[in-house]
Design a protein around this ligand. Structure first.
Ligand code: TNX
Length: 517
């Protein structure tokens, strides 16, 4: 049922088809311009190529009203930059020569229909998410230069006529950025948010605290950032987000239909907190800051008289500025805590989270604890913990290190990256099934790929580790298992590279892919 491609419209040898002819304006019905065959990532549920193409011109308008307006404006803003066209957004119903965005309540959550004909383009969805994802597909149908941030002259802005009907397999498709080991600025994170959106990823998990850094302002405990945020792995100057910065990221992500998930990692990985406040330590003295690359996972002093007040305070402040329903409490590698103390602490912590009307997420170790449903365990290493979590009424996020840990090297040629979970090349990131045997799709919220940053020091290295592997993970989370095929993905990725190039993404041009120039 998939890919009934009628490629006649893209045959360069057919009379009247030449990529040197740039249409001037207006009606695109029998445009001479050549459209590339549709090639979308993630792969949609159904796509049928049609005869002809649509040409975006100086007279194209975008038609939307009500709840569709914000998405229409974002689409217009993006396309104005590269095309230089006015692309006015107005209410109305006349699709001819225009791009029309509208709602259709019969479609599934986050799903959409995208119809490109020579006369106009129609995007419909049941909800704002679906409409936004439809615009991301639309942009992938345009020439890759549409991703530039400045006007690109002499491009025929042609889209192949096509009918797409699409909806995701999982409602959770995410990436995690560890801003604790190395700090990344608001602007750097926003740039990745845009890239997430392009791939229909809808969750950004920020790992905000770890042994080497505390990255979020806490008004009631200001030394967390003054001291704990003052450095990072390697001893650089570190940094932190003010609460206003954090809220700016939440809003920027939300406008792109991405939910931000904050993580404060306890009871392990708490060295930066204990270096910031003496009262979190048995001898009353703050620890020395830790700037090493290796995992030490200093535990909280669980019996300390201030420790629970501290944890409750920081979570209360974060919950107040987090509109989403999830708080990620960490819970991994609690090597300093005895299992009973760990359980008691996690159960207490779930109460703190519930008091804020939120749901708890933790790394798979929380599967060893009897928690109240609903809760979510993020499966990264121990499948038995993950299964225990499900048996206890929890759900899972699939992040198995061997497929999802984007701090691993792709292959032997890479000069930096971890190898403890093996190499993770693009095929490893793509060709895996998130649902553990014996469990069901419904046991899984979805898929998330973490980028730990002990070895990732700057934006260029972040780009290299995330892309194109995160595009592979996005398809694992979005596309039905039966519609996924590595050879097919590899072919589409070859085309996708030009999009990433136009976005100035320093991705790893893995030799697994025959990248198109
Ligand atoms: C394990 S995964 C960790 C992190 C490290 C990562 C390095 C997890 C929950 N904990 O603290 O950064 O390995 O690959």
């Amino acid at each position: 049922m998939y890919f009934l491609l009628l490629l006649a419209c893209t045959d360069p040898d057919k009379p009247g088809h030449s990529d040197s002819e740039i249409p001037e304006s207006g009606d695109s019905g029998d445009s001479p311009a050549m459209a590339a065959p549709p090639s979308l990532i993630p792969r949609p549920s159904r796509m049928e190529a049609q005869e002809g193409s649509f040409v975006l011109t100086a007279t194209t308008g975008i038609i939307a009203s009500g709840d569709a307006l914000a998405t229409a404006e974002l689409l217009a803003e993006g396309l104005r930059l590269s095309t230089g066209y006015p692309l006015p957004v107005t209410p109305g119903s006349d699709a001819s020569g225009n791009i029309i965005l509208d709602f259709d309540s019969s479609l599934p959550p986050e799903g959409y229909k995208l119809l490109v004909t020579p006369d106009g383009i129609t995007l419909t969805a049941a909800d704002g998410d679906g409409l936004f994802w439809a615009t991301q597909s639309l942009r992938q149908l345009l020439p890759p230069e549409n991703f530039q941030k400045k006007v690109v002259p002499d491009v025929a802005w042609v889209l192949p006529a096509v009918e797409v009907e699409d909806a995701p397999r999982f409602g959770w498709r995410g990436g995690m950025i560890d801003v604790a080991r190395h700090f990344f600025t608001v602007e750097e994170v926003k740039r990745q948010i845009d890239l997430f959106a392009l791939h229909k990823l809808n969750r950004l998990h920020l790992h905000l605290t770890d042994d080497q850094g505390w990255r979020i302002e806490i008004l009631s405990w200001p030394q967390l950032t003054a001291i704990g945020g003052s450095t990072e792995v390697g001893g650089g100057e570190g940094g932190f987000y003010t609460q206003a910065d954090y809220q700016e990221l939440v809003a920027y992500a939300a406008a792109r239909h991405i939910l931000l998930i904050p993580e404060l990692d306890f009871p392990g990985h708490a060295h930066a907190a204990r270096a910031s406040y003496g009262e979190l330590n048995p001898d009353g003295l703050p620890l020395d800051l830790y700037t090493g690359e290796g995992v030490i996972s200093t535990g909280l002093w669980l019996d300390g008289p201030s420790t629970r007040d501290f944890v409750e305070d920081v979570w209360t402040e974060i919950a107040t500025i987090t509109p989403g329903p999830y708080l990620h409490v960490g819970g991994d590698e609690a090597i300093d805590s005895d299992p009973d103390d760990y359980s008691a602490f996690l159960q207490w912590l779930q109460g703190v989270v519930q008091a804020q009307d939120k749901s708890l997420i933790g790394w798979d170790e929380v599967g060893t604890v009897e928690l109240e449903a609903p809760f979510i365990a993020q499966y990264w290493w121990n499948a038995e913990n993950a299964r225990n979590a499900v048996a206890g009424g929890g759900q899972l996020i699939a992040s198995p290190a061997a497929h999802c840990y984007l701090d691993m090297k792709y292959d032997r040629s890479n000069s930096f990256g971890q190898v403890w979970a093996g190499y993770v090349n693009v095929e490893d990131a793509y060709a895996w099934e998130p649902v553990l045997s014996g469990l069901e799709d419904a046991d899984f919220m979805g898929v998330e790929a973490p980028l730990w940053t002990e070895m990732v020091t700057d934006e260029a290295q972040m780009d290299f580790m995330l892309w194109p592997r995160l595009a592979a993970e996005a398809e694992v989370g979005w596309t039905a298992a039966a519609d996924r095929d590595w050879e097919d993905f590899r072919g589409r990725l070859a085309t996708h590279g030009a999009r990433l190039d136009n976005l100035n993404v320093g991705y790893y041009a893995s030799p697994e892919v025959e990248w198109q120039p």
